[in-house]
Each structure stands twice: as structure tokens, then as C-alpha cells.
Design a protein around this ligand. Structure first.
Ligand code: G4F
Length: 313
């Protein structure tokens, strides 16, 4: 039986990955913060249905000793590092903690694996934000990185570290360069869940407005369970490598909001207002991924178009 350790197990991706691994007979271990264990019905709501099948370990990404102890004890065959401070907007306000959590956390995990469990395969959740301001779309693994947020910088620095541990120390360490991926388990601050949840509240008469930022912004939105499948496949390959995980299709926030409201028989123009607090400048050239490499190497491809993802909400 393979043993897997997941950071960020209570998040959208962590919960889908835990389901996938349990279905494949893995022994699944999850790193969580102490306060999550104490308030589990709320903070671990995405994995409440899996709690009997997961062994939880209290540890924190900013506490190297806590990570080392878990890794030394669990001796995982595969480690999936999904935890991060992941809301891009926050990174304009709180540079210090984003960099510390995201970069140091990755470093502490890699260093602990190298010392205590060097044969463990390691996956790092990178981001399209590593590309940042681009000169062309779609982007692939050869596209130059040019991050424009502290979040993107923290992910890019971590990605370089992952590659360094692979080439210098021989760790089976891989980065998935993940474009936006959504599901009903997405946190409410991200635009997709914000739109679908508020549209439902409006339909039920519980709210009357939805305040959004830039409706013209374009994103390459995929389906989170598909992306978790890709993540798992990356660690099953015979050689460690880095891959773009994307659909290759752009939609605007306006298209998303139109579709979500029309499912409920509503016209978004009657309810949506622009609030400068949520406004972020759109990229001149959109972030849109070319996933040819992972399709050719691992046979992975996305299964759900955006309209079907929205319909699931
Ligand atoms: O949903 P978002 O906040 O996601 P964003 O910033 O693209 O980041 C997500 O995807 C990245 C790439 O995979 C991840 F690395 C990252 O961790 C996260 O998962 O915003 C999507 C778009 C943006 O262009 C934003 O400007 O929606 C636009 N937007 C328009 N109005 C809004 C809003 N975003 C939010 N969160 N709230 C709004 O009211």
C-alpha cells in the first residue's frame, strides 16, 4: 500500500486528491493546522466525509521542525504540496507572509524530505501567475517567467527550488504549472464561487446585488478534479518533470457571470455592480495554457468545458 502525504488537504484540490488516492488504496496522511483539528466540522468541511480514511498531523508550513517530524514519522512514498497562501489580491497587501509561507514552506518540505525520506516523490503546485506579464498566448513550459505579483514570485522562487532539488540532490520533484481550476469546493473569495454563490442567494431572495471587479478579465478555467488527476499522473511517470496544466481556452469574467445568472433565469445586468475594491488590471495578453506536453507524455486532457463546470454548482 502506497503512503501519501498531502499539504493543503482540506482545500479544494487537497480534498479531491484525497478522494482519488483513497479510491486507489493509498494510506493518506494530511498536514493541517492545530486549530483545524480542534474546529474540524467547519475548517475541514471539504473532507468531513473522508475523515475516517485520513490520518491527520498537526504542523505548520512556517515551522520546519514540525514538518520534519511528520515526514520522518510517516515516511511517505509521495508528497503533494498544495498548501499555500493562494489569493492573489492578498499578495498586494501582505508581501511578507505570502513569501514566508509559500517559499519557506516549500523549502522546509524539500529539505526535510532530502534528510528524512529521500526516495519520496514530491509534487509542487505552481501557478500560471509565474508567467505574469507575457508576450504571447498560449504559454507552455518554455515560456519565459515574468511574475507581476508577490504571489507569482513566491511560486516561481519555489519552482526554482524544486528544480534545484531535482538536479542537485536527485529528488523526484516536479512542478505542475496550474491555471485556474474551479469546483463547488472553491473558496468563496475567488471570483467563480463568489459569482455562483451570490447568484444563488439573489435567486432565493437573500441578496440583491453582486459587486465585482474587472468583468473584461480573461482566465483559462478548468475543472479541479481533472487537475488533481493530472497532479497524480505526474508523480506516476517514470521521470520527474514540470508540466503546464490548462484547458487552452479563455473566457471572460463577464461570460462566466452571464452563464451563471442565466442558469437561474436571471439577467446579470440587473444585479451586478462594479466595485473598485475588487478591480485588478487585466493582463494585456491573457494567461492561457498550452497543455500539449502533459497530453503527449501522460495522456492527460481536461474533460469539462466551463458551461458544464458552472452547471455543477
Ligand atoms: O478568482 P480569482 O481571484 O483568481 P486568480 O487571481 O486568477 O488566481 C487563481 O488562479 C491562479 C492561477 O491558477 C492561482 F495561482 C491562484 O492561487 C488562484 O487560484 O480572479 C480571477 C479573475 C482575475 O482576473 C480578477 O481580476 O477574476 C477577476 N475578478 C473580477 N472581479 C475578480 C473579481 N476576482 C475576484 N477574486 N473577485 C472579484 O470580485
Amino acid at each position: 500500500m502506497k503512503r501519501a502525504l498531502i499539504t493543503g488537504i482540506s482545500g479544494q484540490d487537497g480534498s479531491y486528491l484525497a478522494e482519488l488516492l483513497i479510491a486507489r488504496d493509498y494510506e493518506v496522511h494530511g498536514l493541517v493546522r492545530r486549530d483545524s483539528i480542534e474546529d474540524s466540522s467547519r475548517r475541514l468541511s471539504n473532507i468531513n466525509h473522508l475523515k475516517e480514511d485520513i490520518t491527520f498531523h498537526a504542523a505548520a508550513l512556517d515551522n520546519e521542525l514540525s514538518l520534519y517530524k511528520v515526514i520522518a514519522k510517516v515516511q511517505p512514498d509521495e508528497c503533494y504540496h498544495l498548501a499555500a497562501s493562494s489569493f492573489v489580491s492578498y499578495s498586494f497587501e501582505d508581501e511578507y507572509s505570502i513569501l514566508t509561507t509559500n517559499f519557506n514552506g516549500t523549502h522546509f518540505l524539500l529539505a526535510s524530505l532530502k534528510e528524512a525520506s529521500p526516495d519520496c516523490r514530491f509534487f509542487f503546485a505552481g501557478s500560471s501567475e509565474m508567467f505574469g506579464t507575457v508576450e504571447a498566448a498560449p504559454q507552455d513550459e518554455a515560456t519565459p517567467f515574468n511574475p507581476r505579483s508577490i504571489y507569482g514570485i513566491s511560486k516561481l522562487a519555489s519552482h526554482h527550488l524544486v528544480r534545484n532539488y531535482r538536479t542537485q540532490y536527485g529528488l523526484f520533484a516536479c512542478t505542475g504549472i496550474l491555471y485556474n481550476h474551479e469546483s463547488p469546493r472553491r473558496d468563496f473569495k475567488f471570483v467563480t464561487r463568489k459569482i455562483t454563490s451570490q447568484a444563488a442567494r439573489i435567486k432565493l431572495g437573500l441578496a440583491d446585488k453582486l459587486y465585482l471587479g474587472n468583468l473584461a478579465a480573461l482566465r483559462d478555467w478548468g475543472y479541479a478534479p481533472d487537475y488533481v488527476q493530472a497532479i497524480w499522473q505526474i508523480l506516476q511517470h517514470h521521470t520527474p518533470d514540470d508540466y503546464v496544466i490548462a484547458t487552452g481556452v479563455n473566457h471572460s469574467v463577464e461570460e462566466f457571470v452571464t452563464c451563471a445568472f442565466s442558469y437561474l433565469g436571471l439577467n446579470y445586468r440587473d444585479y451586478v455592480e462594479i466595485d473598485p475594491r475588487f478591480y485588478r488590471q487585466a493582463e494585456d495578453i491573457p494567461l492561457c495554457g498550452n497543455a500539449t506536453k502533459i497530453r503527449n507524455a501522460l495522456g492527460w486532457q481536461p474533460t469539462k468545458p466551463l458551461e458544464d463546470i458552472i452547471a455543477e454548482w
